[in-house]
Design a protein around this ligand. Structure first.
Ligand code: HEC
Length: 468
């Protein structure tokens, strides 16, 4: 029996050459001190595999048609066996992948691992980061709920403001002039065919480069990279103190990968997938679409900058960041690797974390979006219990003005605080603004009766700071 198994294996291996392929890769020497810090890359790959497996499983039941996508997702979530768990795995797998890519990048950057001869390891890694983010964005749209469809509409609207290529870009995003069946098909194709195919190719290339150039040794201050001598020194070091990747290095990757899968599964069980929003209904204006957490910070950037700049920032900021990341190893591929000798590298990582972190918090709070459940105005705030001012205040709430405007801390923050607007604006200013609207304020000229307009204006004119 044993002979038979060994014989069969030998036959298969002889014909396929598996050992010749895997053997050298498994046994290749790695620096002895490449320890836990080096596990983020393989952890990213583990998360990617989780995404491929759960993604394929989800696609068994998902129908990418705008009339059925939402229903099939509800079926997956509520009826299919383990469907809810599966969606949870796919969601937290995506989150894990974004986090691990970030950690992997920060680590290779701080260790100067992108320097000679590993420049292209970094470059392919930057492309993989971009693909990961595109997957995140397109994936959340496949939910095709109210939030997703409005995210696309808002994205397309913003894309349309981009100078020169705006119209073309908006058309490309929507798959036509307006949102519809073609839009979803397009995002589906990008999410399950185009970008995953690119990712497989670039992951293979990335891994090939890791084998070709070897894993970088932990940096030592005072020991700079000289391209002329680096390779020779690296190989001498490996021969003297290197250890085989399997099993000496690989067990740590195995431990971290397993922990990551356990964490993803636990989160999926405890929290489950993001709840589906209401079904898409283009006739309901949803003023507050928001992306999943890993893109929330970018959404915050777009919401915080002046509207006139949005079109530029939306395309230029990612392009500039992308180009900066791509040229890092071209500008700087030699010299010291240790972070202690490159204090600016620590500053760059810290600043990026702080910036993304605070934008993320801003995005999570999003004071700029309307408050759909504002605290009603009290008679004390209104300062009257009957008459035009009182009725104006009531209309101010009924017509949803309060959702965007603050009156003594009650209401939303989308528009200016109107607590003391009577001091700032004249009767004419107020009427013109209400009738014509403004940037991010709808025009109410058609939806208010003249007497309603008069009452609201009376209320706003009464908003004067009391003179002590
Ligand atoms: C969707 C959010 C939104 C709603 C709803 C809304 N507004 Fe506004 N409002 C804004 C924004 C944003 C501005 C600033 C516009 C600009 O500067 O172009 C603004 C500006 C104003 C101003 C001028 C304030 C100033 O300090 O210049 C007044 C007055 C005003 N709104 C009254 C109203 C009234 C009355 C209603 C209800 C009938 C209303 N708004 C509904 C968002 C909103």
């Amino acid at each position: 029996m044993k002979r038979l198994v060994i014989g069969a294996w030998q036959w298969i291996d002889d014909r396929l050459g598996i050992a010749d392929l895997v053997g050298p890769a498994a046994k290749h020497l790695v620096p002895r001190d490449a320890r836990w810090w080096y596990t983020f890359g393989s952890a990213t790959m583990v998360a990617f595999i989780v995404q491929v497996v759960t993604g394929v499983a989800l696609s068994f039941s998902y129908v990418s048609s705008s009339s059925q996508a939402y229903e099939t997702l509800q079926f997956i979530t509520n009826q299919a066996p383990f469907g809810n768990f599966l969606r949870g795995l796919h969601y937290f797998g995506a989150s894990a992948m974004v986090l691990m890519v970030g950690a992997h990048m920060a680590q290779t950057f701080l260790f100067g691992a992108y320097k000679f001869p590993r420049e292209m390891n970094w470059t392919t890694g930057v492309l993989l980061l971009a693909f990961t983010l595109v997957m995140g964005f397109t994936g959340q749209l496949l939910r095709w709920d109210q939030n997703a469809t409005w995210s696309v509409v808002v994205a397309a609207e913003q894309a349309g403001r981009v100078p020169l290529i705006g119209d073309w870009l908006a058309q490309f995003l929507l798959g036509g002039a307006t949102i519809g069946g073609a839009t979803l098909s397009r995002f589906f194709a990008i999410h399950v065919f185009l970008v995953p195919a690119l990712m497989f190719v670039f992951i293979a290339l990335h891994l090939w480069l890791v084998l070709r150039h070897g894993i970088s040794e932990p940096p030592v201050a005072g020991k700079p990279v000289h391209p002329e001598t680096y390779r020779k020194e690296y190989h001498e070091m490996l021969e003297k103190t290197g250890v085989p990747f399997w099993p000496d290095g690989a067990w740590r990757d195995f431990v971290v990968g397993t922990l990551l899968i356990v964490a993803i599964a636990l989160l999926a069980i405890i929290f489950g997938p993001p709840a589906l929003d209401k079904p898409p209904d283009p006739s309901i204006l949803q003023a507050d679409p928001r992306p999943d957490w890993y893109l929330l910070w970018y959404f915050a950037v777009l919401a915080l900058i002046p509207a006139a700049l949005e079109g530029y920032v939306m395309i230029l900021a990612p392009a500039v960041i992308g180009i900066l990341l791509l040229v890092v190893p071209i500008l700087n591929n030699r010299g010291e690797r240790a972070a202690s000798r490159r204090p600016w590298s620590i500053a760059v990582v810290l600043l990026s974390v702080i910036m993304i972190g605070s934008l993320w918090i801003a995005g999570a709070r999003s004071p700029w979006s309307p408050n759909f459940d504002p605290q009603p105005l009290t008679p004390k705030i209104i300062g009257a219990t009957s008459g035009p001012v009182f009725e104006g205040a009531r209309l101010f709430q009924e017509k949803a003005c309060l959702n965007c405007h603050l009156i003594e801390g009650h209401g939303g923050r989308r528009g200016p605080d109107l607590t003391w607007v009577g001091d700032r604006l004249t009767h004419g200013d107020i009427v013109i603004r209400i009738v014509n609207g403004g940037v991010n304020m709808p025009a109410f000229g058609k939806s208010l009766k003249p007497e309603e307009l008069a009452k609201i204006t009376a209320f706003l004119e009464s908003r004067k700071q009391p003179v002590p």
